[in-house]
Ligand binder design. Structure first.
Ligand SMILES: Nc1ncnc2c1ncn2[C@@H]1O[C@H](COP(=O)(O)OP(=O)(O)OP(=O)(O)O)[C@@H](O)[C@H]1O
Ligand SMILES: [Mg+2]
Length: 400
């Protein structure tokens, strides 16, 4: 990157215009800007509003002489470090010593001015100034790159923490899945073995229609729960790969919710839960019915699982262009600090006696709601219960 530097400023102070003109002519160069002052006061004004590489000051001036001006310059932070070259008559006894001599670069030029001496002195100070500016720019650049490094380091640490967290979650998840699959598979396997022994012994009383019915029902439930688990895992990987697709069609939401409640009534009954439904009739929208069903089933099975056997209220109404579905239980509730986390993949509640599932249901449900341009949120109080609310825009047309 090419840095375009502003011109370097030099200040010349003399009460005589012809001296100023002469100095100006000697010092002039394309990358320099020479500013002139005819008195100490004029000079101070310029000094306060400009940044100079050098001030060349005539010593003998009326009102404020060169040394007095220099003393004022040394007393002010902004001008303290500006190098000064005094111009004085040759052979002049410098009987008034400049008090601020020790405070910065000071040099002398004698009249009549030797053009080469003026030029070379000015060049030295201009070079010094240039180096100082370059150095300051390097310090600024260095500081910026240090800050950038700190930022990148923090990002790296964050990523590492996230990675470690997700690895840990994955490990826990794997052992959980293995466990969740092994239990029903073991039961099925055991059942099959028992039946085989009974068959081998020609014990046909074990195969009455009633017993077969129970056996098949149990097997089907176990297979279904394993299939659901696999479907959930596939959904998570679809979501994470951006491959979740929604196929909207006209959906009769009122009928859908009533049917789901009916389907889940036996499961609710097992934990002593009943449903209280308040469903507005004839609410329609354009959604992927299968996916909406999945969300509502997740919310309702959670309400059964974490609802302590108390009644679960399911409300659905249309408000303007939205369908609002809420599922309220009076169960274990969710602590404030966990209310965001439960919508993340593999996050399961802690500190409760109730056996949680794999922690996928709400993550999938939230993503499905968002894929419909809807929202899923929770309001809950520990030990008092939870309300999960799903808001879905009523699309009047199927999106392309
Ligand atoms: N109605 C609720 N009341 C109290 N806690 C809940 C409720 N619904 C969800 N949670 C908490 O949120 C966690 C995440 O819920 P989510 O449905 O995602 O997973 P899960 O029920 O544990 O397992 P999965 O749904 O995958 O079988 C649960 O483990 C539970 O701790
Ligand atoms: Mg769940």
């Amino acid at each position: 990157m090419q840095v375009i530097n502003p011109p370097i400023k030099l200040l010349i102070v003399d009460d005589l215009t012809e001296n100023l003109t002469a100095l100006d002519a000697i010092l002039r160069a394309p990358d320099r800007l020479i500013l002139q002052a005819k008195s100490g006061l004029d000079a101070l004004e310029l000094l306060l509003s400009n940044d100079f590489a050098l001030a060349i000051i005539d010593v003998e001036m009326p009102e404020m002489n060169g040394f007095q001006l220099a003393e004022l310059m040394r007393g002010t932070e902004k001008t303290r470090h500006i190098p000064i070259v005094f111009v004085t008559a040759a052979g002049n006894e410098l009987n008034y010593a400049f008090k601020g001599y020790g405070a910065g670069a000071v040099d002398f030029l004698y009249k009549p001015l030797d053009i080469n001496a003026v030029k070379s002195k000015a060049n030295v100070f201009v070079e010094l100034y240039r180096h100082r500016i370059a150095f300051e720019q390097q310090v600024v650049a260095l500081e910026a790159s240090r800050r950038e490094q700190d930022f990148l380091l923090a990002q790296l640490q964050n990523t590492q923490e996230e990675l470690e967290h997700s690895l840990k979650m994955r490990e826990e998840f794997m052992s959980l899945v293995a466990h969740e699959m092994r239990t029903p598979l073991n039961t099925l396997f055991l059942e099959l073995q028992v039946r085989q022994v009974q068959l081998a012994k020609d014990n046909l009383t074990a195969f009455t229609p009633e017993k077969l019915h129970t056996m098949l029902g149990r097997g089907e439930r176990q297979l279904k729960s394993m299939l659901r688990l696999i479907e959930d895992m596939l959904d998570v990987s679809r979501i994470q790969n951006g491959k979740l697709s929604i196929r909207p069609a006209k959906t009769h939401l009122s009928a859908l919710i009533s049917r789901i409640a009916e389907d889940l009534t036996p499961l609710a009954g097992e934990s002593g839960t009943t449903f209280k439904l308040d469903i507005e009739a004839n609410v329609y929208g354009y959604w992927d019915e299968f996916r909406i069903e999945q969300i509502i089933i997740n919310l309702m099975t959670n309400a059964i699982r974490y609802g302590c056997g108390k009644p679960v209220r399911v409300l659905m109404k249309q408000e303007n262009d939205e369908a609002i579905i809420s599922v309220t239980d009076q169960g274990i509730g969710i602590a404030q600090h966990e209310q965001d986390k439960i919508f993340e993949a593999f996050e399961r509640g802690t500190g409760s006696e109730v056996k949680a599932g794999l922690g996928l249901g709400l993550y999938i449900s939230k993503k499905l709601a968002e894929a419909h341009a809807g929202q899923l949120s929770v309001i809950s109080q520990k030990n008092l219960g939870s309300t999960f609310t799903l808001r879905l825009p009523i699309n009047s047309e199927v999106p392309a």
